[in-house]
Design a protein around this ligand. Structure first.
Ligand SMILES: CC(C)(COP(=O)(O)OP(=O)(O)OC[C@H]1O[C@@H](n2cnc3c(N)ncnc32)[C@H](O)[C@@H]1OP(=O)(O)O)[C@@H](O)C(=O)NCCC(=O)NCCS
Length: 196
């Protein structure tokens, strides 16, 4: 049984557990900043905006997260001092500059009724048990949205692409990348689902 709750309801005391799932999901993307998942968790925990994250609980334990944001909202907001404190001055400063560009830019599709789903991640030991599906299905039922967008999905991320397709999302944009030689990623895919 998977229960879905808002991260803000779980409260600050569970923030680190959610950040650990974030690092499980996206740690490889942050390898430059450090390889120790616990250290990355400490560095990134402050960034998660609990008001917009939704959490899948398995037996009461946080197992997966998905942020759901609309016009004017951000799912991640970083504090350069925190990043420098945990990652050191050089990597902390690079993280500060990079995260501002990657995560804190305004939504390109913003309009009332449209939700952007971000940072979909399931803790490694909970994968393949329907956690991400349950959280996204819960979000798709929210009455205030009639369209959902998932942006910048790497075209080599089969688990994510299959998950979204299974839930009814379809591709509407594909942007080729220049770093294919280094990352193996050919393009970033955007998918949408109209529910209203
Ligand atoms: C993608 C991810 C969130 C899926 O979470 P999950 O909780 O394991 O997903 P679910 O159990 O709800 O799986 C639902 C569907 O996703 C697909 N899927 C999930 N894991 C898969 C895998 N390892 N390989 C292929 N397809 C997979 C399948 O279609 C699956 O349906 P099925 O159970 O009928 O086979 C998880 O693998 C993850 O955290 N990955 C790292 C972070 C990431 O890449 N996030 C997406 C960024 S766009």
């Amino acid at each position: 049984m998977i229960e879905v709750v808002r991260a803000a309801e779980l409260g600050e005391s569970r923030r680190r557990e959610l950040a650990r799932i974030f690092v499980d999901g996206f740690g490889p993307d942050f390898a430059f900043f450090g390889k120790d998942p616990e250290r990355l968790t400490d560095a990134f925990a402050h960034m998660l905006v609990l008001d917009v994250f939704h959490v899948g609980l398995v037996g009461g334990e946080p197992a997966g997260i998905v942020a759901c944001v609309e016009h004017g909202q951000r799912s991640v907001l970083h504090d350069p001092r925190e990043l420098r404190g945990h990652l050191g001055v050089v990597k902390g400063t690079i993280a500060h500059l990079t995260f501002g560009r990657w995560f804190e830019k305004p939504l390109s599709y913003a309009r009332p009724g449209l939700a952007s789903l971000e940072f979909v991640a399931t803790g490694a030991r909970f994968r393949g048990r329907g956690v991400a599906s349950a959280i996204i299905r819960h979000l798709l039922d929210l009455p205030q949205y009639d369209e959902y967008v998932l942006d910048e999905i790497s075209d080599v991320n089969d688990p994510a692409l299959r998950l979204y397709a299974k839930l009814g999302f379809t591709e509407f944009k594909r942007v080729k990348v220049k770093h294919t030689r280094f990352t193996g990623i050919g393009a970033y895919v955007s998918m949408r689902l109209v529910t209203g």
